[in-house]
Write a protein that binds this ligand. Structure first.
Ligand code: TTP
Ligand code: MN
Ligand code: MN
Ligand code: MN
Length: 372
């Protein structure tokens, strides 16, 4: 909660989960600068530093008005000396020399280009940079060195880096819902990620799948993918098995995993949107798999869209929904808040009281959510 104080300063909570998260950003110029610094630190493997700049940016996003003077920031948490210096520079000059130098550097530009490829992380991007590669064509010349995921990412690079609109996300949600209900009547599909936070556009579509009878969801993902594939909706997919140790087996403390990755069965996919099977003639382009038709000529009316499908047992669904709604900083802070302030361990599967050695279960929570 942020309360405005009389003298142009704000009170903002240090944990992202305790403050307002408005959609409009009144300080875009400042948050863009801080996010470039966060990105650059991430590219260099300095995760702590990167997180600090991301937190600073997140705090500015919570402000109800545009910052005009650096003094207004005195009451705000999570703003280090470095962040304040950059903010002051942008407020005074409209730009920060440090940020501009980063944005124009060869390394930053190559890292940015490469990490925007589906299936490419900082490690791979950095390796390519060290090998002297700078452009997408440098990579296209060596397809054998790319994973199947990265090859698909390169083929659809432009589409996958074009924002997905809400209407497209809803359309994909509906297509998946129909396939899911064909395979398992009664199962539900929930749009999550940035769209659930109300964002008008995003980089992908995140869908959670569950069924009110625990256990019914087993084996569902494979069937749904086969069904979608048969209809020509999939340009790429890879299924990852559930690796979470069963909560039913023990009330032991769940292992805390280093990454934010949860262990649900999931599918990272690329959908072909807007090209209904059978309504277009063969295209000449080499980049499209033959099973998906395309129109010829300039006015192409299909688009590649990244979609994450996640299947959760019903009893864990509330935690999955919370964990997959984001944002990343919100989730990090929520987990940090749980641990430090509540002595609880929260992840996308469970909530566990560390001192009482107790797992919280939420069947009633699910019922309450369903009635809403
Ligand atoms: P993203 O889809 O990466 O991000 P987003 O939807 O917030 O924004 P964008 O518009 O760019 O798509 O991730 C959505 C949420 O899911 C995010 O809070 C992190 C979470 N998540 C997990 O919990 N586990 C995972 O394995 C992954 C990949 C994401
Ligand atoms: Mn998303
Ligand atoms: Mn994202
Ligand atoms: Mn996603």
């Amino acid at each position: 909660v942020s309360v405005e104080k009389p003298q142009d300063t704000w009170l903002v909570a240090a944990y992202a989960c305790q403050r307002r998260s408005p959609l409009p950003n009144n300080n875009q110029l400042l948050t863009d600068a801080l996010e470039t610094l966060a990105e650059e630190a991430h590219f260099c493997g300095h995760e702590g530093r990167s997180l600090a700049f991301s937190r600073a940016s997140s705090v500015l996003k919570a402000l109800p008005r545009t910052v005009r003077r650096v003094q207004e920031l005195d009451s705000l948490p999570c703003l280090g000396e470095h962040s304040k210096r950059v903010i002051q520079e942008v407020l005074e000059d409209g730009t920060s020399a440090e940020v501009e130098t980063i944005r124009q550097s060869e390394k930053y530009q190559a890292m940015k280009l490469f990490t925007k490829i589906f299936g490419v992380g900082v490690k791979t991007a950095h390796q390519w940079y060290q090998e002297g590669r700078r452009t997408l064509d440098d990579l296209r010349g060596h397809p054998a060195q790319l994973s199947k995921e990265q090859q698909a990412g390169l083929i659809h690079y432009e589409d996958l880096n074009t924002p997905v609109k809400r209407a497209d996300a809803e359309a994909i949600g509906q297509v998946v819902r129909e396939a899911v209900n064909k395979c398992l009547p009664g199962a539900s599909v929930t749009l999550t990620g940035g769209f659930r936070r109300g964002k008008p556009s995003g980089h992908d579509v995140d869908l959670l799948i569950t069924h009110p009878v625990e256990g019914q969801e087993a084996g569902l993902l494979k069937k749904v993918i086969a069904c979608l594939d048969q209809q020509g909706f999939l340009l790429y997919h890879s299924i990852h098995r559930n690796t979470f140790e069963s909560l039913e087996d023990s009330d032991q403390e769940p292992s805390s995993h280093a990454s934010s990755m949860d262990q649900y069965e999931r599918c990272f996919s690329i959908f072909c949107l807007g090209d209904l099977p059978g309504d277009a003639q063969e295209g000449a382009g080499a980049e499209k798999p033959s099973r998906v038709r395309r129109t010829s000529g300039a006015s192409r009316f299909w688009k590649a869209v990244r979609v994450d499908l996640v299947v959760t047992p019903y009893s864990q669904f509330p935690f999955a929904l919370l964990g997959w709604t984001g944002s990343r900083i919100f989730e990090r802070d929520l987990r940090r808040f749980a641990k430090r302030e509540k002595k609880m361990l929260l992840n996308s599967h469970t909530l566990y009281h560390l001192e009482q050695s107790r797992v919280y279960r939420f069947p009633q929570g699910i019922e309450r959510m369903r009635r809403k």
